[in-house]
Design a protein around this ligand. Structure first.
Ligand code: ADP
Ligand code: MG
Length: 634
């Protein structure tokens, strides 16, 4: 029942099951002797010995290891001590009942908790071992680990995608549910990203590898999530702390109770028996397991729905969020922006776009993506630009063979010591994003880029507000007219929109919002990392967003569907509810059992039954959350 015994594998679970069966077999023989058919004394002792060994040694071993390595008192130790005390006073059969029930509930608990934990790990095992590499001499099968960015692999219908990549040839549908939790097939055409561990449904696709195995999105996520599991939530820390203090208190209390029972006139064996009963009744196993049982189940339910929490703290935090602050570009909008106007002030549009696309070649910003695609569609080869540097919320700078070049907004323009040329003024007044491109102090032209709200964003914001007591904010580095147009589409009021922000401004606005309550920030970009880290709960657009954002966040939405956020908050609120129920159940059961053993001479087996029953009840109550995945309602 200890909260810290979760890191055992599947094999341990099997071994535990066999030991439990042996323990029960021993108990059955001893019970047969006691109640039905007297057996040879030696056989009875052997049977009881078997029960004690199979039921008592495993918890004793963990307890000793725990004490030795961490200086912590394991709660399981209480059960073993109680069983030994029972044996000492001639109630060996009752002690065996205790150990058998304890072992059974331990096994059940491990199996169910293991099930919850494996939901996340399952993601990792979905990756195929080999891939079909298109080499110069035709297609060869190679280990996935050997693939490097730039390789081309062939995907047959029904095959799992071995690595992160981009469709090079062919078009068809992919089932991305393993990664995003989205059950509908997603159409993919050349240029679209595909993710490791998703399934190619219907076409033969050629995929160009964009990321090696170790850096794939899924591998990255798993690493972040598993590392963060160590970040315990406040209630987890409380139950750990409580378990430690309380275990010691129970030991001392039961020890003292022996003398009290003696003082009250009980014979030594009776007093010891009642002290052992008290030890079992007062053991806080249920209290300690009640929080992790709920949190683990909720974390896996969320993972199956495409929402990865980096640990219980993020899960519990989300339930209390008052303000949800959203980044605009790539978060509330699709991230698939498109170029709407190209105005070249010197030379022809093709040369101009070649420079713009060359500058944006490495950028992960949706604007950069739009410009690259526009150039590709016009058959323009991007110019070679080196020393490229991204300036979050401003633009990008670099060097071509003739000197410094740049692309960006009005802020970038000012940094270059120049002003907006007359001819571009009309573009700057519109409600589309204007990207200026220049060389040194000269402005060479401008490109307008339009992005659209995500199809589900408006509904997601409504869902969040429907949850009650929720404020929504939009924060963007883009200009106000663009922000207001997108905001209006999403049903946001002007005072909910903040435009023209630098990354630091987003942080300040997050800080300002914390005066009202907890703040969640939802973003995708490099320029959002600081705000993601500062918010109480940072939420990154998982597969779509930048890696920096992913690192800084506490929660990742694998599906690019913001409605999952409202669903995740609902789940985290239900989790908080289950935790409260579990604490009430476990503390209540403990109080009843303690009162019973103090005042009503509760027999030891009944104390055990009540104790283990309460523990199983809270585990099962927590597991309800597992059957409650975050589904999208499409
Ligand atoms: P948001 O906060 O909405 O995600 P950003 O802060 O990422 O927006 O970008 C704000 C503005 O900075 C953009 O509207 C654009 O004008 C400029 N910008 C940022 N990155 C780039 C880039 N790679 N190329 C050109 N302009 C950029
Ligand atoms: Mg963004």
């Amino acid at each position: 029942m200890s909260a810290h015994s979760h890191d055992h594998g599947h094999d341990d679970e099997d071994a535990g099951l066999y030991l439990t069966i042996l323990c029960w077999a021993g108990l059955a023989l001893a019970a047969l002797d006691a109640f039905l058919q007297p057996l040879p004394q030696g056989l009875v002792w052997a049977a009881l010995g078997l029960s004690y060994l199979t039921g008592g040694v495993p918890p004793l071993r963990t307890a000793v290891a725990e004490l030795w390595h961490h200086g912590r008192l394991d709660i399981d130790l209480l059960m073993v001590v109680a069983a030994i005390a029972a044996a000492l006073v001639g109630a060996a059969l009752e002690g065996a009942v205790l150990l058998a029930l304890f072992s059974l509930s331990h096994t059940l608990e491990h199996r169910s908790m293991g099930k919850a934990r494996r939901a996340v790990e399952a993601l990792m095992q979905l990756r195929p071992e080999t891939a079909l590499l298109q080499g110069p001499e035709g297609v060869v099968e190679v280990p996935v680990a050997d693939l490097v960015p730039g390789d081309r692999v062939i995907l047959r219908p029904g095959a799992r995608v071995p690595v992160d990549g981009q469709v090079a040839e062919g078009a068809g549908h992919l089932d991305e549910s393993t990664v995003t939790g989205e059950s509908l097939p997603v159409r993919k055409a050349p240029g679209d990203p595909v993710h490791e561990a998703t399934v190619n449904l219907d076409a033969i696709l050629t995929v160009e590898v964009t990321r090696g195995l170790a850096t794939s999105t899924v591998a990255q996520m798993i690493k972040l999530v598993t590392e963060a599991q160590a970040m315990k939530s406040p209630s987890e820390r409380f139950s750990d702390w409580f378990g430690q203090r309380y275990t010691i208190a129970v030991f001392v209390g039961s020890f003292l109770s022996y003398f009290i029972f003696r003082y009250l006139g009980h014979v030594p064996s009776e007093a010891l028996y009642r002290a052992a009963t008290l030890l079992v009744a007062a053991s806080p196993c249920a209290v300690v397991i009640s929080v992790p049982a709920a949190i683990l189940s909720a974390l896996s339910a969320a993972a199956r729905g495409g929402v990865l929490f980096k640990g219980g703290a993020a899960l519990e935090g989300l339930a209390e969020v008052r303000t949800f602050a959203f980044d605009k570009t790539g978060t509330l909008t699709t991230g698939l922006a498109s170029v709407t106007n190209v105005v070249a002030l010197e030379g022809d549009e093709a040369t101009f776009l070649a420079l713009a696309a060359g500058l944006e070649a490495q950028s992960e910003h949706p604007i950069a993506d739009a410009i690259r695609r526009e150039a590709a569609e016009r058959g323009i080869t991007p110019l070679a630009v080196k020393d490229v540097r991204a300036h979050p919320s401003e633009g990008i700078t670099g060097q071509d063979d003739k000197g410094p070049v740049w692309a960006g907004n009005a802020r970038m323009l000012a940094a270059m010591g120049t002003t907006l040329p007359e001819t571009l003024a009309p573009l700057a007044d519109g409600s589309e994003t204007l990207v200026l491109v220049g060389r040194g102090p000269r402005v060479l032209g401008g490109v307008t880029v339009a992005d659209e709200p995500r199809a589900t964003a408006a509904e997601a914001l409504r869902d969040l507000k429907a949850g009650g007591r929720t404020d929504i904010l939009m924060m963007t580095g883009d200009r106000a007219p663009v922000a207001v147009r997108i905001g209006a589409d999403l049903g946001l009021a002007p005072d909910e929109i903040h435009a023209g922000l630098l990354p630091g401004d987003k942080v300040n606005l997050v800080d300002a919002a914390t005066t009202k309550g907890k703040v969640a920030f939802i973003g995708d970009g490099v320029n959002d990392a600081a705000a993601l880290a500062r918010a109480d709960v940072g939420v990154a657009m998982g597969v779509a967003g930048s890696e920096v954002a992913l690192q800084a966040a506490d929660v990742a939405l694998m599906a690019e569907d913001l409605r999952k956020l409202a669903a995740a908050r609902a789940l985290s609120r239900r989790t908080a509810g289950v935790i409260r129920q579990n604490l009430a159940i476990s503390i209540g059961a403990m109080a009843i059992l303690v009162a019973g053993s103090l005042f009503l001479s509760l027999p030891l087996p009944l104390a055990v039954l009540g104790h283990e029953g309460g523990t199983l009840l809270v585990v099962l109550n927590g597991l309800r959350l597992l059957a409650d995945p975050i589904r999208s309602r499409t």
